[in-house]
Design a protein around this ligand. Structure first.
Ligand code: ADP
Ligand code: MG
Length: 243
């Protein structure tokens, strides 16, 4: 019996002639936080996109709670269970903050508005934006929009949340407020996989850091081990460049 909530076995992915993932294996326990590091083009986003099936997988298997989901056709259900926060927040511009958050619960989960609104209000409180309830996204800073996007993902009550460079599109002074929300989620026990270049966040939050290069996991370990005693030359070179 495995207590892993998510397991990837030998995942391969190619785009035409380009082999982007060359056999990715890792697993995640409930409540665990993994940070994925690696140079641009190493396949980090593709790994996340293969997990919630924004990309198909050519070879290998993905298990969610002991069920194989590699060829899962119930993608809506899958994406409720495994939420994703993107670099670009993609809020609906014609909807208020509250409407953005209740959209999924009401239209996908068929929750009543009466139920969805208090849920959204709770989430807005959690991301520190209660006062923006009735505002349109274009009136918000990038950091505030990303916090709404996180609240919107949480509204679906995912069991795992994937973050793909959630602060990379933000002005530097707005990064901290988004990382703080993510740290709160982590403290609350959320199971998370985060692709980020924010090394302090990785040190503070990650149970495990995975370093990828050229479609492979080069090494993985606790932040302490990866940051202070990386074994592989490629990890050392990457960390020197980024820290
Ligand atoms: P990372 O997130 O680590 O920067 P990606 O997973 O986005 O890397 O991309 C890995 C490789 O796959 C890159 O060479 C990228 O150009 C390529 N790639 C990603 N998505 C596509 C796609 N839809 N079509 C073709 N090539 C792609
Ligand atoms: Mg990427």
């Amino acid at each position: 019996m495995s207590e892993n909530i998510l397991t990837l076995v030998n995942i391969h992915k190619r785009f035409g002639d380009l082999e982007v993932l060359k056999g990715i294996d890792f697993s995640l326990k409930k409540g665990e936080k993994i940070v994925i590091l690696g140079p641009s083009g190493s396949g980090k986003s593709t790994v996340l996109r293969c997990i919630n099936r924004l990309e198909s997988i050519e070879y290998g298997q993905v298990f969610f709670k002991n069920n194989e989901i590699t060829s899962q056709t119930k993608l809506t259900r899958l994406r409720m269970d495994i939420g994703m926060v993107f670099q670009r927040f993609n809020l609906f511009p014609h909807m208020t903050v509250l409407e953005n958050i209740i959209e999924g619960p009401v239209h996908i989960k068929k929750m009543s508005k009466k139920e969805a609104i208090p849920l959204a209000e709770d989430l807005l409180k959690r991301v520190g934006l209660s006062d923006k309830r009735d505002v349109y996204p274009n009136k918000l800073s990038g950091g505030q929009q990303q916090r709404v996007a996180i609240a919107r993902s949480l509204a679906m009550k995912p069991e795992i949340l994937l973050f793909d460079e959630p602060t990379s599109a933000l002005d530097p002074e707005l990064v901290g407020e988004v990382l703080d929300v993510m740290k709160d989620l982590a403290d609350d026990g959320m199971t998370m996989i985060v692709v980020t270049h924010e090394m302090q966040f990785a040190r503070d939050v990650a149970d495990r850091v995975i370093f990828m290069d050229e479609g492979l996991i080069v090494e993985q370990g606790t932040p302490d081990v990866i940051f202070t005693a990386p074994k592989h030359e490629r990890t050392k070179t990457f960390l020197k460049r980024i820290i």
